[in-house]
Design a protein around this ligand. Structure first.
Ligand code: ADP
Ligand code: MG
Length: 381
């Protein structure tokens, strides 16, 4: 089978007629727990997928930037731009160049060809994988002094300001800072990280990722709505962010919110932050199996309080649990995307078959399932 790096190299040669001088890769991610908490200054716990985006890169003699992708083979070429000038998928790359320059760095002009096996638009963060591979290449090639801890925020600005997607810091942090066999415990207020041991195989366990393949609908609008509700709830409670309300203060906070929707949105964020902390404690002490109920509780909270699930992901969670999973939840921003299930390592096929059967019964498009192992973050190859 042709590897992604070979595909990226071939795409470079095809588009530009010579060999790339280097290859960089950055992974997609699944978030083990901590959904919509990132923009509430809270906690998240992603791990990197083995699936990744590879950027084959070479210098650009004309002093401009060019980028093509196996999904869009005609190169998009641009000089120094401001947000809005490059549109479409090329905006992710123009955005990274812009954000680096805006942070005061001299960005080397390059030609780039991208190839990826991260599913697009499935909540596994192909956009951050793209941004992080390009960002890492530009930093290495330019010899730029950008410490690892600053990089996610630069990639995030590319997506927030240049592309115009109001996402939090989770995706780019995961793609850049995750490590093999570790989950990344990130405090989205301070950017403090801790690498948490996450070697499931050693515990006889596995994470099955189930792509619901449900069509994404109204994602951007709903995402923006949830953000606004969280900000409104924090303002009503007189705190900088919902992160500042602990579970001890939950009942009091709920009493002080007079709007039922705001109350439920806030309850999701406040309880979800605590579930991340509880998951981290269990993982730190090697009690991996016991995180299952926290995953399932997170799903119920996303379904009932945050209202970001759809029938396909609810059915996947339910049938994975019925097939014996220790816990299961939707992962990613919602309205489709993927579900993860914590299972015994030898139950992957049976669980995937149970979910596929439930989908068939309901006439849903068939799901795609695979076992995910925590891989490395962005790197030169
Ligand atoms: P997700 O990050 O969950 O996969 P997004 O909507 O945030 O979904 O990002 C998907 C978008 O990112 C695609 O529509 C496309 O514009 C861009 N993208 C991601 N990977 C690639 C790629 N390899 N080639 C071209 N565009 C890509
Ligand atoms: Mg994305």
């Amino acid at each position: 089978m042709t590897s992604i790096r070979e595909t990226a190299t071939a795409a470079f040669i095809e588009a530009y007629g010579d060999e790339p001088t280097g290859l960089w890769a950055a992974p997609g991610r699944v978030n083990l727990i901590g959904e919509h908490t990132d923009y509430n200054d809270g906690f998240v716990l992603p791990f990197a997928l083995p699936q990744r985006t590879v950027a084959a890169v070479g210098p650009a003699p004309d002093g401009r930037w060019s980028v093509c992708s196996t999904l869009a083979p005609d190169p998009v070429t641009f000089g120094v731009t401001e947000p809005g000038e490059v549109t479409g998928w090329g905006a992710y790359v123009a955005g990274v160049v812009w954000a680096l320059r805006d942070a005061g760095f001299e960005v080397p002009p390059v030609r780039i060809a991208l190839a990826s096996d991260v599913p697009l638009g499935s909540g596994l963060s192909s956009s951050a994988a793209l941004e992080s591979s390009v960002l890492t290449a530009l930093i290495d090639l330019g010899g730029l002094d950008v410490p690892l801890e600053r990089r996610p925020a630069i990639a995030q600005r590319a997506e927030n300001v240049y592309v115009g997607a109001p996402t939090g810091i989770l995706d780019q942090s995961a793609s850049i800072r995750c490590r093999k066999d570790r989950a990344l415990f990130l405090d989205c207020r301070t950017y403090r990280i801790e690498q948490i041991p996450f070697d499931l195989a050693a515990a006889g366990l596995a994470i099955l990722v189930i792509n619901s393949n449900a069509p994404h609908q109204h994602v951007d609008g709903e995402y923006g709505e949830r953000r606004k509700s969280c900000e409104a709830a924090a303002a009503a409670l007189g705190v900088p962010a919902l992160r500042d309300v602990s579970t001890a203060g939950l009942d009091d906070a709920l009493r002080r919110l007079d709007d039922d929707v705001l109350r439920r949105r806030a309850r999701h964020i406040i309880t979800e932050n605590q579930r991340v902390l509880d998951t981290v404690s269990l993982l730190r002490s090697g009690r991996v199996r016991e995180i299952g109920p926290l995953l399932t509780a997170s799903h119920a909270s996303m379904r009932d309080d945050f209202e970001i699930t759809v029938a396909q992901v609810d059915v996947a969670v339910q049938s994975a649990l019925e097939a014996g999973a220790y816990g299961a939840r939707m992962t990613g921003g919602g309205f489709g995307g993927c579900v993860l299930a914590l299972i015994d390592a030898d139950r992957a096929e049976a669980t995937a078959a149970a979910v596929a059967g439930a989908y068939e019964e309901r006439g849903f498009t068939a799901p795609t399932s695979w076992v995910a192992v925590a891989g490395p973050g962005a790197t030169a190859l």
